[in-house]
Design a protein around this ligand. Sequence first.
Ligand code: CU
Length: 125
Amino acid sequence: METIVAIVGLWVIVVAGVVIPAYINYEAPPEILFTDTESIELTEFSFSQTDITVAPGTDLTFELLNVGGSQHNFGFSDDNVTERIKPGNTDSFHAGVLTKDRTFFCGIPGHRDNGMELTVHVSGS
Ligand SMILES: [Cu+2]
């Protein structure tokens, strides 16, 4: 009997230690309040827009057209980037719901440093 009480007691402590902090730290995903689609032309070495301002909670998608002579891509990190877009081709990039400023760039080595960068400003952030 004492063993069962001890096991149940231990289980309650473990569950409380895991579940309660997870509940307290839970952050709901940002709510979509607006949607926006921005068209961007990519070339050597620039984007057709470099500063965009959106309202907090904007679900933002980019429509991309490579008007240059080299391949380019578009994203905000190594894991969040389009495939390489060939000259004359299009792609789209879903940036998600933005709640704070975020910088997007071409991830092909050297391109960002030469100017392929765009900042989305979230108004009020
Ligand atoms: Cu590029």
